[in-house]
Design a binder for this molecule. Structure first.
Ligand SMILES: Nc1ncnc2c1ncn2[C@@H]1O[C@H](COP(=O)(O)OP(=O)(O)OP(=O)(O)O)[C@@H](O)[C@H]1O
Ligand SMILES: [Mg+2]
Length: 371
């Protein structure tokens, strides 16, 4: 029989790295319930940084999981009580309703979505959004039903890159995603004015991500791709808290400064138990159109080094290509605009590598315990 006291005693071993005190005496443990051998509680975070939250979350779940007799631990994340509102921008347009920040991590939000793939990087400007849209299109071209969520609340680029200005519709209080190039798409960029600066606090990002999953009618999808903002911030943390992500594709450019940031991001996803599907090295090389000579503009070998370091596949090496940039700016991804180009072929190979990797990981996943 697991007691509340035993759980709290175990949790005293976990400290807030910023405040240097244990999470029990800081009062972060809320709503502790023990049902048979299953322990559930909420970490009521206040102003901690996303990386501290991730550390505390994974430590808390580990120490409680080690208590004899505990079979399952569910650690939810909460915010300060003042955070109980959905993004105001979304509300102003009448889209959705406020959800408390207490996240339920649940595949039930999107029961008809088979795989959820985040495209992330520690670094800005490496091509996450470009990879997201082209991966989504390439998966679609292979016959899958695909959705894409622009989770970059700070710089929502997906509507521009897919050339969509449509506004999402509403049906019975739920949001109907925009359809573009055969993909279902949602972005905060569809709900707000281009020039409006958005100021987001962590709990608002959390509500936004929850809303994108709970309140949007995604329907049956084989893949839902999330374009993430740069960094290791609240969006990455929230997303991996709200749903069990199938995996994350890490985008990097070849040079060492990019790798540094990507390592941090990989570390964060590992702590959150999100499988790393592999590495995409973008802007890997440039082939001069006149001479055919190949130039390593940002250096060489970074993606391969990273893949070896973490023992994950190098999923693709995408060349630097002016048409890819143009295609993004004009709203028709290169995989559609020039579907016979080497660039499009690379993205199709990426899609096929991602599918293979998801199957491989599904085969490795332990079967659920019964009883
Ligand atoms: N392989 C490529 N060849 C040429 N241009 C590229 C390539 N990949 C991305 N770009 C261009 O580089 C710029 C940055 O790419 P993108 O917006 O996809 O990066 P990001 O990582 O999503 O950036 P942010 O961190 O700002 O969200 C864009 O103008 C895009 O068109
Ligand atoms: Mg982007």
């Amino acid at each position: 029989m697991v007691t509340e006291q035993a759980v709290l005693d175990a949790l005293r071993a976990v400290s807030d790295p910023e405040q240097k005190r244990d999470i029990v005496s800081l009062g972060l443990i809320r709503d502790l319930t023990i049902a048979d051998s299953q322990v559930t509680f909420t970490l009521a975070f206040t102003t901690q940084s996303p990386s501290s939250k991730a550390t505390m979350h994974s430590m808390a779940s580990r120490v409680v999981g080690k208590i004899p007799g505990v079979s399952k631990v569910q650690v939810k994340m909460g915010g300060a009580p003042t955070a109980r509102s959905a993004p105001q921008q979304a509300q102003a347009h009448g889209h959705g309703h406020a959800h408390g920040p207490g996240p339920e991590k649940s595949a039930e939000f999107i029961p008809e979505v088979k795989h959820t793939i985040a495209v992330s990087s520690g670094k800005g400007g490496v091509g996450k959004s470009t990879v997201s849209v082209n991966l989504a299109v390439a998966l679609k071209q292979a016959g899958a039903a695909v959705g894409i969520i622009d989770s970059d609340v700070y710089g929502p680029d997906i509507p521009l890159m897919l050339g969509s200005r449509g506004r999402p519709g509403m049906f019975e209080n739920r949001i109907i995603p925009v359809e573009v190039h055969g993909l279902k798409m949602m972005s905060i960029g569809l709900l707000v004015n281009d020039r409006e600066p958005l100021v987001w606090r962590g709990p608002m990002i959390h509500s936004f991500i929850q809303q994108m999953l709970k309140d949007v009618m995604w329907g049956a999808l084989d893949y839902l791709v999330f374009d993430m903002p740069p960094g290791t911030g609240d969006a990455q943390l929230s997303l991996s808290q709200v749903i069990p992500l199938s995996g994350v594709v890490m985008v990097t450019t070849p040079q060492e400064v990019a790798l540094l940031d990507v390592r941090k991001a990989i570390g964060m996803f590992q702590r959150l138990n999100v499988p790393i599907l592999g590495i995409v090295e973008n802007m890997s090389y440039f082939v001069a159109p006149d001479t055919g000579a190949r130039y390593a503009i940002f250096g060489e070998g970074g993606g391969k080094r990273l893949a070896e370091e973490y023992n994950v596949p190098l999923l693709a090496q995408v060349p630097l290509d002016p048409d890819t940039r143009l295609a993004g700016d004009e709203g028709t991804p290169i995989t559609l605009r020039r579907s016979d180009s080497p660039q499009a072929k690379t993205f199709r190979e990426l899609a096929s590598a991602v599918r293979g990797r998801l199957d491989e990981l599904a085969a490795l996943r332990p079967l659920p315990k019964i009883g």
